[in-house]
Design a protein around this ligand. Sequence first.
Ligand code: IMP
Ligand code: MG
Length: 193
Amino acid sequence: MDKGRILIDEETLESRINELAKEITKEFEGEQLTLICILKGSVYFFADLTRKIDLDTRVEFIRISSYEGENSTGNINFKLKLDEPVTGKNILIVEDIVDTGHTLKELIKYLKEQEPKKMKLCTLLDKPSRREEKDINIDFLGFTINNHFVIGYGLDYDEKYRTIPTVNCIPSSLEEMKEIDEDREQLKLIKKH
Ligand code: IMP
Ligand code: MG
């Protein structure tokens, strides 16, 4: 099976995730935190990140179906809901990637209605060039990436490739292949603060 080219390797993922876990631990120091995994894409990121967070935590899982067609921006279809409302709790949404932002906008609205104490958003990847919802505020971000379709480390194309341990791209041209190689070198250099 063609797994494409590596955009973010395991070492780079691990070191950035360790940093994110430290930032999150600091943000919620001394408090309880409910970590919300958005299935299926976040599964490996969630597992790796949350095991590094040094707080009194709970875990929850939400599964929302992806959009079909282009106009379905109004509603999200829950395939798995929270066991109980998050009213009065500190919550951290853990996403794989923010693309147009439509999914998150609806999810944030749904969670806000339950009146959590504090709600923050963590995503492994951000593709800002594709954003349509401008008011999404990412509190903890792994990597900003250019406009490539990525697979692996939980992310799929037609449900395939999720179990690849790295974030990969399948280039559609020689040009894109070169871009991916350049981006990979850039992403390796990312060290926040
Ligand atoms: P959004 O609603 O457009 O922000 O898209 C959110 C969902 O689309 C993500 O949670 C992913 O499941 C999926 N998605 C967006 N971009 C990619 C990609 O490059 N690879 C795989 N899945 C993606
Ligand atoms: Mg997803």
